[in-house]
Design a protein around this ligand. Structure first.
Ligand code: DX5
Ligand code: ZN
Length: 223
């Protein structure tokens, strides 16, 4: 299989005192985009960052910014994230009763639009919205925190969504998010994911960003 697998380092696990430096190190080592996890303490238990951080990251990198909104009523905040410099905005299926309208708003603002689904949501739930999105994010942990264990059972869902995408006429990126490391990256890629979101396996205290990315690239080299 000769498939390009993109790495999307998630700054959730970064050293925020050295955020610019760490993002630039990820860029220099071949990251395809920077994943920014926005959490509101309501949709998920944790609170992280908002549009100000997106704006700050925008100033230090040329890479596309992939904003993952884990917030209730995401439609209220889309414009602020688009203005801050987001290139891709992903909203949760579970968080929005008017998902189609929100997806169309994201696209009207000039961003790529994504839908994310939690582990308990089946592939078929996104069948009707699929023709309208540019990417799907399949959560392989329960969203809220970095460093959690990969839920292997999600791989059949990734394969199902990969097949559903194959039936459409246009390309849709398929992300997996949560618990990706040198052990799990290959399973996700084999199931059909083409973007791996990686937090703690890139940003951590054990090794550098450069080494983290290189280890993942090596793990994926045989695909
Ligand atoms: C989880 C976030 C993920 C997280 C992944 O709620 O959506 O993007 O940063 O972190 P790791 O790779 O450490 O599981
Ligand atoms: Zn995420």
């Amino acid at each position: 299989m000769h498939k390009i697998i993109h790495l999307a380092p998630s700054i959730l696990a970064a050293d925020f005192a050295r955020l610019g430096e760490q993002v630039q190190e990820a860029e220099a080592n071949g990251a395809s985009m920077i994943h920014i996890d926005v959490m509101d303490g309501q949709f998920v238990p944790n609170i992280t960052m908002g549009a100000m951080v997106v704006e700050a990251v925008r100033r230090v990198t040329q890479l596309p910014l992939d904003v993952h909104l884990m917030i209730v009523q995401p439609a209220n905040h889309i414009e602020a994230f688009a203005r801050a410099g987001a290139d891709r905005i992903t909203v949760h299926y579970e968080a929005d009763p008017h998902l189609h309208r929100t997806i169309m708003t994201i696209k009207a603002l000039g961003c790529m639009a994504g839908v994310a689904i939690n582990p308990h949501i089946p592939a078929l739930a996104i069948d009707a919205i699929l023709p309208f999105v540019d990417q799907v994010n399949v959560m392989t942990v329960n969203p809220g925190f970095g460093g959690q264990e990969f839920i292997h059972e999600m791989m059949s869902k990734v394969a199902d969504i990969h097949a559903m995408i194959g039936n459409l006429r246009h390309h849709i990126d398929l992300q997996v998010d949560g618990g990706i490391n040198t052990q799990t990256a290959m399973s996700a890629a084999q199931a059909g994911a083409n973007i791996l979101v990686v937090g703690s396996a890139v940003f951590n205290h054990q090794f550098s960003v450069t080494e983290g990315i290189n280890r993942l690239k090596q793990a994926l080299a045989t695909i």
